[in-house]
Write a protein that binds this ligand. Structure first.
Ligand code: PLP
Length: 386
């Protein structure tokens, strides 16, 4: 390996800031004592603005997948019909999970270059006169494709159809990076986790829940124990958990929230938008395609770059790792070998972006992909102008 540091530019886990790393290293304390209760009560309040909610946010010691499961098992019953939207690899995995849990899943087809289609969702729900569909599942930011679904438009389509289905949204790779409004958009369960925009290591999963979702949980019959919201919310009232919580990750969360509060969420979102726009300028200048086909749906936390046939995106990633010690996101599922993904989220600034794009431009050339040079310059120009 060359000298210098590793460049972790996958779309999560992301780089953990020094301040958060130092916070993680504090001694673990008694999770049933008063110091822990003060920490938990403070965090449970300060998490709410990150989700755009005044309601409760449930924290699990889990990856995002656990928080997906929690969203389903707390609100649904065996045999319930749910509508999922094929936006990419993660939407497909969430669909598979719902099927394994015994739900009847209808998968609205997609081409992995667009977000969930509000019109198609609205039309399907309008046709469901018996209100058989219990929930709609949408991935806000599809990490495998770099496409953002228009959740507010999905909610508007559901309202126009006058349909009572719950709206379950995965914000795993958009939380604390892209504008998100759990309350404003009428989302019932928002699924998040720690290792992306929150700048923490993996290990925390989140559910933000609406009053309607809490009502649904009273009658939902899918088996649940560890994921059950009710005992967690009861214990949280005085700052405790019904099991041993991940104390040190919560120290890290306190510091990560402080970083977000110091910068201000609107500025955090604007920073991500700006870096995403500069990255797209680079990709266009190289003469390559952005996988996301609709400019309204560009992700601000990552950009997936589509390579022309017969070039292998896996080779580009390998060359970049070997020569420049930089990790880029791989092509997932049906996109294997076709795309690589540039993560520009979390603890990230102009010079991190410039370095990342230099590595990509040199790596594309070294891997023999025919590109126009000048992508980095185009990105710098975009940064200077914004
Ligand atoms: N959903 C999305 C959009 C993701 O990007 C990921 C992981 O990258 C997951 C779900 C699964 O989360 P985890 O790997 O933390 O279980």
């Amino acid at each position: 390996m060359p000298g210098g540091r590793h460049h972790l530019q996958i779309p999560g886990p992301t780089n953990v800031p020094e301040r958060v790393l130092r916070a993680l290293a504090a001694p673990t304390i008694d999770h049933r004592g008063p110091e822990f209760a003060a920490l938990a009560l403070d965090l449970l309040e300060r998490l709410k603005p990150v989700f755009g909610t005044r309601g409760p946010v449930i924290v699990y010691p889990s990856s995002g997948t656990g928080a997906w499961e929690a969203a389903l098992v707390n609100t649904l019953s065996p045999g319930d019909r749910v509508l999922a939207c094929e936006t990419g690899h993660f939407a497909t995995l969430w669909r598979d999970m719902a099927e394994r849990l015994g739900l009847r899943v209808e998968f609205l087809p997609g081409d992995w270059r667009h977000g969930a289609d509000p019109d198609a969702i609205g039309a399907r729900l309008a046709a469901d006169r018996g209100h058989d569909v219990a929930a709609v599942m949408v991935v806000h930011n599809e990490t495998s494709t770099g496409v953002r679904s228009r959740v507010a438009d999905v909610r508007a389509a559901m309202d126009r159809a006058g349909h009572p289905a719950l709206l379950l949204v995965d914000t795993i790779s958009s939380l604390a990076s892209m504008d998100y409004g759990h309350d404003e958009w009428g989302v019932d369960v928002t699924v998040g986790c720690s290792q992306k925009g929150l700048m923490l290591p993996p290990g925390l999963g989140f559910n933000a829940v609406s009053g309607k979702a809490l009502d649904a949980a009273r009658t939902a019959r899918l088996p649940r124990s560890y994921w059950d919201w009710e005992p967690i919310l009861a214990a949280n009232r005085d700052g405790h958990f019904p099991y041993t919580p991940p104390t040190n990750l919560l120290y890290g969360l306190r510091e990560a929230l402080a970083l977000l509060e110091e910068e201000g969420l609107p500025a955090v979102f604007a920073r991500h938008d700006r870096h995403a726009a500069a990255t797209r300028s680079a990709v266009r200048a190289w003469g390559l395609d952005i996988l996301c086909a609709d400019p309204r749906e560009y992700s601000s936390s990552l950009t997936a770059v589509l390579l022309p046939e017969p070039y292998d995106a896996g080779k580009v990633r390998r060359v970049i790792l070997e020569r420049f010690d930089m990790s880029l996101g791989t092509g997932l599922g049906r996109l294997a070998g076709r795309v690589f993904r540039i993560g520009h989220l979390g603890h990230f600034d102009d010079l991190s972006l410039a370095g990342t794009l230099c590595g990509v431009e040199m790596g594309l050339a070294a891997a023999g992909v025919p590109i126009e040079r000048g992508g980095v310059t185009a990105a710098l120009t975009s940064l200077e102008a914004s």
